[in-house]
Design a protein around this ligand. Structure first.
Ligand SMILES: Cc1cc2nc3c(=O)[nH]c(=O)nc-3n(C[C@H](O)[C@H](O)[C@H](O)COP(=O)(O)OP(=O)(O)OC[C@H]3O[C@@H](n4cnc5c(N)ncnc54)[C@H](O)[C@@H]3O)c2cc1C
Length: 337
């Protein structure tokens, strides 16, 4: 196996951080991937699978191999009545895939339009937006074991999807590489417009019965009115998770802050981390070369030549402040490398 050793500034990540690794390998074909993964020497050192780097923050030189997936391909595998089984290669750009499906009249992915990243990361992260998650349309995931190259097809149930979560982030973390994903889509278009910001945007545009393209375009518009476009401003999307607190803790906070944004969950209340950060006065602030996005306090952004250390310094300052003010511990959603 031959690797290109050290790559400066070319390891993709939407935060725009200059990242380096011992080895960096771009894989363009699934066969190539399988052959590479079959080498037991691969797992002697750390190994990181990279899609678009849209949820990662590089904070150090990576002391191992980064495998960047760029395998492409989308095909209609089978039709069963209204159901369409569509397979997409892991290295496909997620948004290109969603838009391609719309253009083919394959429905069900419209609400997930414009999420940065790749098809291969979608089951790992169980990406979600505007009232749906990838798990709602994933039939199964074809993956290869690191160190043996052995193929395994994981059913939807076996993926153990949760909120932005799956088995690939737990028991199988670092053990399997997703090569392709099989989606169950539909011929019939049944728009999901229950999400309030979306139904509001459609009504203000005077659209009552959106076409698939109108739905996707409206979602993309709403999304980019609140989030930084990766090609303009570096970020990793939502940086912190929404924290869950006990009912008693929530009642105390509610007494002090009647406008706190929260909703009940099984074990207490889920608080909007963005509300806490904004209320603490961080929205729009900058520390070093990293800042809090002006339109959405949950997003940390690159103010220019930002390093991983800048991101962590700001994240730690916010976390400490939120702990002191509200007694709430923030956890990072972005993956820190
Ligand atoms: C502006 C912005 C907005 C965003 N909005 C949303 C949103 O609305 N909803 C949402 O859910 N997310 C959102 N995100 C986060 C991000 O888009 C998703 O997490 C996405 O799935 C990351 O894809 P990626 O290919 O860039 O993965 P990467 O960041 O490269 O990797 C993410 C994780 O998946 C693993 N991985 C990637 N590919 C594979 C593979 N083929 N096999 C095994 N493991 C793999 C990596 O090792 C890593 O652990 C946003 C990000 C940005 C920058």
């Amino acid at each position: 196996m031959s690797f290109s050793v050290m790559s400066q500034n070319s390891i993709p990540n939407t935060f725009g951080i200059a990242a380096t690794a011992d080895c960096y390998k771009v894989v363009g074909h699934e066969d190539e991937l399988r052959a590479m993964l079959a080498d037991p020497a691969l797992i002697e050192k750390p190994c990181l699978i990279l899609g678009g780097g849209s949820n990662m923050v590089f904070t150090r030189h990576f002391p191992g191999t980064i495998i960047h997936l760029e395998n492409k391909g989308v095909r209609l595998v089978e039709v069963q009545g209204d159901d369409l089984f569509v397979e997409a290669a892991a290295g496909e750009v997620w948004d290109d895939f969603v838009r391609y499906c719309i253009s083919q009249g394959w429905h069900g992915l419209e609400n997930l339009v414009a999420i940065p990243g790749t098809v291969g990361a979608a089951p790992v992260q169980n990406v979600g937006a505007y009232g749906m998650e990838a798990k709602d349309v994933i039939h199964s995931v074809r993956a290869y074991e690191l160190g043996t190259g052995v193929e395994h097809v994981f059913s939807n149930d076996e993926c153990r999807f949760g909120y932005r979560d799956s088995i690939f982030k737990h028991e199988l973390k670092g053990k399997y590489v997703v090569g392709s994903v099989l989606f169950r889509l539909h011929r019939t278009f049944a728009p999901n417009i229950r999400y309030k910001a979306l139904s509001d945007a459609l009504s203000s545009a005077g659209i009552t019965n959106p076409t698939p393209l109108q739905l996707a375009d409206t979602i993309a518009e709403v999304r980019w009115s609140k989030l930084p476009r990766p090609e303009e401003t570096g970020s990793a999307g939502s940086f912190f998770k929404n924290p869950i607190v006990s009912a008693e803790h929530y009642e105390r906070l509610k007494a002090d802050y009647p406008d706190i944004v929260a909703y009940p969950v099984a074990d207490g209340y889920k608080l909007a981390a963005g509300w806490l950060i904004e209320r603490a006065g961080w929205k729009g602030r900058t520390l070093g070369r990293c800042g809090v996005y002006e339109k959405q306090a949950l997003v940390l952004v690159n103010r220019g030549k930002c390093t991983g250390a800048d991101v962590i310094a700001l994240a730690d300052a916010i976390t400490d402040d939120i702990q002191t003010r509200f007694g709430v511990t923030l956890e990072k959603e972005a993956i820190i490398i």
